[in-house]
Write a protein that binds this ligand. Structure first.
Ligand code: ADP
Ligand code: MG
Length: 407
């Protein structure tokens, strides 16, 4: 990547503030998917093994500037400690005299986890005072939180004004993998897009139309395209107010000669329920009292065949309401198709919170070329936007001074 990384600096004996993305799903105090924690390990281990002192920080959920006991990082400290095979100490706050006392006690090779950064409204407000106090804890800043890099917050951007800032190993891996899609991906490059709504993904669809040879649509977002063709979709999720945007995308795809594929059959159900009675219908024959909950078997087959021609595949967004097992067939089939293509040397990249969860659940993550830990961040990156957390890092050709030599 075009930024300094931890590998470019001498970290021995330095106090390093590591911003990681440890924002994992937690239900009843238990972590349901620890992939973001595991993905953060290489940088932490790298630093500790080289004699750095690590002050680790993350956000969790949306506490909106208030202390929320359900969003404390304790379960994360426990899991980290299991994975690292050593105790992980925590502070009760990300700020204040207690933190300084805890940091002062640290020695080379020690690790300290700060409490949820977003208990302070100053974090998301990118408050300079807050950024300065975080920076005061360390003499080097490492950003490994790709999933938070699209936000200019105190711990992702503000802090870089006060400390030399370099990328962590996960940040580097994410940026390098996603950059491949923006540079010269092996062709044909096909995108598989799903998820609930087209409204949140207009920009990424438009960006992909400039790079892909085909865009295959599924999930709720495809409904809005089908409705724009005049189809009656019963109780299905359709964003009526997106008709004009959808028409623009269809016209643009035609102009750019990008093939836009839509489902031709669907799994429908009267409601979203795990025991709902389902049936497979053509998209032209969705009963009035039913809703589309998944792509149908003919669509799965057509999409798998079409993806079989691609040399690069990017996937975002589930093909159906995959949280309900009987509506997950389409999503699971696409995950298996990508995994199979990977084993034939095809570049397969998955980005997006729910699509990644689907791949993880099937145990197929390791088969893909890259599974991004950053949902929104990976999409903004593909839109060609500059991510503030990445832009704030030192460019690859700068010299970083050693504080010991300055003294
Ligand atoms: P990602 O997190 O991978 O970017 P999104 O958040 O955009 O994906 O979309 C995921 C959501 O889309 C899931 O909660 C899923 O239930 C929903 N979804 C997919 N297909 C449909 C559909 N046909 N109708 C309603 N919701 C759908
Ligand atoms: Mg999502």
């Amino acid at each position: 990547m075009d930024a300094q990384t931890v590998r470019d600096v001498d970290v021995e004996g330095r106090r390093v503030f590591v911003r990681a993305d440890l924002n994992v799903p937690i239900e009843d105090g238990r972590i349901t998917d620890d992939s973001r924690i595991r993905a953060s390990l290489p940088t932490i281990v790298y630093l500790l093994e080289r004699g750095a002192t690590v002050i680790l920080a993350s956000h969790l959920g949306r506490p909106k500037g208030k202390v929320n006991d359900a969003l404390r990082l304790k379960p994360i400290a426990d899991r980290l400690s299991q994975l690292l095979g050593r105790p992980v100490r925590m502070t009760g706050d990300a700020l204040g005299p207690g933190v300084q006392v805890a940091v002062d006690k640290l020695r080379a090779g020690d690790l300290l986890l700060l409490e949820n950064l977003r208990f302070h409204a100053a974090e998301e407000a990118n408050d300079d005072e807050f950024a300065r106090s975080l920076a005061g804890l360390a003499d080097l800043y490492v950003n490994d939180a790709f999933g938070a890099a699209h936000r200019a917050h105190a711990s992702t951007e503000g802090i870089t004004h006060h400390l030399p800032a370099v990328a962590g190993l996960l940040m580097e891996r994410e940026v390098d993998a996603l950059s491949k899609l923006l540079r010269r991906p092996p062709r044909p490059f096909h995108a598989l897009l799903g998820g609930a709504k087209i409204s949140g993904k207009l920009e990424v669809v438009e960006a992909l139309l400039s790079r892909c040879q085909a865009v295959l649509l599924g999930g709720g977002m495809a409904n809005t395209f089908l409705a724009a063709r005049g189809l009656e979709l019963g109780k299905s999720l359709v964003e009526e107010d997106q008709a004009a945007n959808v028409e623009r995308i269809v016209a643009e795809a035609r102009r750019k000669r990008v093939r836009l594929m839509l489902p031709n059959d669907a799994v429908v159900a009267p409601q979203i329920h795990r025991r709902a009675r389902t049936q497979v219908v053509a998209v032209t024959a969705v009963p009035r009292d039913q809703m589309i909950v998944d792509i149908g078997p003919a669509t799965r087959k057509a999409y798998a065949e079409h993806l079989g021609k691609a040399k690069t595949i990017f996937w975002n967004g589930p093909m159906g309401v995959f949280e309900v097992p009987q509506f997950a067939e389409g999503t699971n089939a696409m995950a298996r198709t990508l995994a199979r293509r990977s084993s034939h040397g095809v570049v397969t990249i998955v980005g997006g919170g729910d699509s990644v969860a689907a791949v993880e659940r099937l145990g197929l993550a390791a088969k893909m070329t890259h599974v991004s830990t950053g949902g929104g961040a990976s999409l903004e990156f593909l839109e060609g936007k500059t991510l503030p957390g990445v832009a704030a890092l030192l460019p690859a050709d700068t010299e970083i001074s050693d504080p010991a030599e300055d003294a």
